[in-house]
Design a protein around this ligand. Structure first.
Ligand code: SF4
Length: 282
C-alpha cells in the first residue's frame, strides 16, 4: 500500500464516521437515497430525514409505487426538491427495467436518467464494494492538494478497499482538508502531501470566482418557497398563481416572475398547473 493510502485509512479507522447508517448498509437503494440527500445538504441535516424517508419508503418498489406529491412532502426540509423527483423516477426505472434490483454494472447505472458519473461510482463503491473512485468537489480538491495533479483519483484507490477509501476521503475533506481552512498543522497526511503547508495563493486560486447573491434572491430560494407552500395545501386543493405571488411576496419577483418559476417547476414535473391553479404533481 502507498504511504498516502496507509495514513489515510489509519486516520479513518480512528476518526471516520463509519457508524453513519448509509455506511453500515450495503443496500443499494438506501445508498442511492443517501447519495441524493447528501448532494448539497450537510450530514447532520440529512440524518433524520434519511431515517424517516427509508422508514416510509423502505424499498425501491415502495418508492416507485408512491405518489410524487407524497415523496416531495417527505423531502421537506432538505431543499432542492428536484432531487426527490429524480430519485423517484430512478426508482420507477429500476422497477420496470431491472425488476426492482439496482444494477451494479456501470453502464446500466449510467443509463438511468439522473445518475451521473459521481453517483454511479459512489453506488458501486458503497453498495457493491467496487474499487471505483467517487470524485465530488471535496474529494477532487483533496486529491489535487495531495498530489498536485500528479495522480488521478482512481489510481489512489487501494485494491479491495474502495468502500473505506471513498468514505475516508470524504470525511477527511469535510473535517481536515476543508475548502477554506485546511488544518495542515495537525494533518495526518502532511508528510506525504505535496501542498504542505498549503500556500494562501493556492487557497485563493481554488476559490470560485462568482459574485455572491443574497440567498433570498436566488432561484433556489424562490423554488423552495413555492414547493413549501404547495406542500402545506390539504390533499386535492390547489392555489392560484396570483395567490401564490401575493402570499409568498418573494423579494424582487413580480407576478410574472412567479408564473415563470411555476412553469419551470411544471416542466421539471414537480407541480401541475390547471387553469392557472397550481398543486404538487400527484
Ligand atoms: S497538509 Fe494541508 S493541504 Fe495537505 S492534505 Fe493535509 S490539510 Fe490538506
Amino acid at each position: 500500500m502507498k504511504p498516502v493510502q496507509r495514513h489515510l485509512l489509519s486516520w479513518y479507522a480512528k476518526n471516520g464516521r463509519a457508524s453513519l447508517p448509509w455506511r453500515k448498509t450495503r443496500d443499494p437503494y438506501r445508498i442511492l437515497v443517501s447519495e441524493f440527500m447528501l448532494q448539497q445538504t450537510q450530514v447532520d441535516r440529512v440524518l433524520p430525514k434519511y431515517r424517516a424517508f427509508v422508514k416510509r419508503f423502505p424499498t425501491v418498489r415502495a418508492l416507485a409505487a408512491a405518489s410524487l406529491a407524497d415523496v416531495i412532502r417527505e423531502w421537506r426540509g432538505l431543499g432542492y426538491n428536484s432531487r426527490a423527483l429524480r430519485l423517484k423516477r430512478i426508482a420507477e426505472a429500476v422497477v420496470t427495467r431491472f425488476d426492482g434490483a439496482v444494477p451494479r454494472d456501470l453502464e446500466a447505472l449510467r443509463g438511468l436518467k439522473g445518475i451521473g458519473p459521481y453517483t454511479a461510482a459512489a453506488l458501486r463503491a458503497f453498495a457493491f464494494e467496487c474499487d471505483d473512485a467517487a470524485v465530488d468537489t471535496n474529494v477532487g480538491r483533496v486529491v489535487q492538494r495531495l498530489t498536485r495533479g500528479a495522480e488521478e483519483p482512481q489510481a489512489l484507490v487501494p485494491r479491495g478497499r474502495g468502500h473505506d477509501w471513498n468514505s475516508a476521503l470524504m470525511d477527511f475533506g469535510a473535517t481536515i482538508c476543508t475548502a477554506r481552512a485546511p488544518k495542515c498543522a495537525i494533518c495526518p497526511l502532511k508528510k506525504v502531501c505535496l501542498s504542505f503547508p498549503i500556500a494562501p495563493s493556492d487557497l485563493q486560486r481554488e476559490r470560485p470566482k462568482v459574485k455572491a447573491v443574497p440567498f433570498e434572491r436566488t432561484t433556489r430560494f424562490a423554488r423552495g418557497r413555492i414547493i413549501d407552500r404547495l406542500r402545506s395545501l390539504p390533499a386535492g386543493r390547489r392555489v392560484s398563481l396570483l395567490a401564490l405571488h401575493r402570499e409568498l411576496a418573494l423579494p424582487g419577483r413580480s407576478a410574472k416572475d412567479v408564473t415563470i418559476l411555476v412553469e419551470a417547476l411544471a416542466r421539471d414535473g414537480l407541480v401541475t398547473v390547471r387553469k392557472r391553479q397550481v398543486a404538487l404533481t400527484d
